[in-house]
Design a protein around this ligand. Structure first.
Ligand code: 5GP
Ligand code: ZN
Length: 113
């Protein structure tokens, strides 16, 4: 999708603070965090929202959850929250599916992540 902001972030045409990436996903810091630790996890594949996920995306969506788990573990988070906003009435502003990962402090260091 040529004019999608998050596709541009995935292609590195728009800069962002990327903390993890692989062939299917890019994980970067939210520019306007709502918690001390706030990441956005996106598939490289452009999917509009949770409401647009198809049968063919089942494995990708499962891998998205495993990616969230991996990134949370790598940051030694004591606990965290995952959420999707879906549709304008659900608070979704960017129309490329993204999983919010928010947390307070990491478990072991006591430092801000
Ligand atoms: P939504 O409300 O669509 O679920 O969440 C979109 C999120 O994207 C918001 O938390 C917002 O702060 C974040 N965001 C919007 N534009 C940018 C950007 O250019 N860079 C980054 N890193 N985050 C962005
Ligand atoms: Zn996109």
């Amino acid at each position: 999708m040529e004019n999608c902001l998050f596709c541009k972030i995935a292609r590195k045409e728009v800069s962002s603070d990327i903390v993890f990436e692989d062939e299917n996903f890019v994980v970067f810091r939210d520019i306007n965090p709502i918690a001390p630790f706030h990441l956005l996890l996106i598939p490289r594949k452009h999917i509009h929202s949770i409401d647009h996920v198809k049968e063919e995306d089942k494995i990708l969506m499962g891998d998205l959850i495993l990616t969230a788990q991996k990134v949370a573990r790598s940051h030694k988070l004591a606990g965290y929250k995952l959420h999707f906003n879906v549709g304008r009435q659900g608070g979704q502003v960017i129309d490329h599916i993204h999983l919010h990962l928010t947390a307070d402090l990491p478990a072991q260091t006591g430092r801000k992540p």
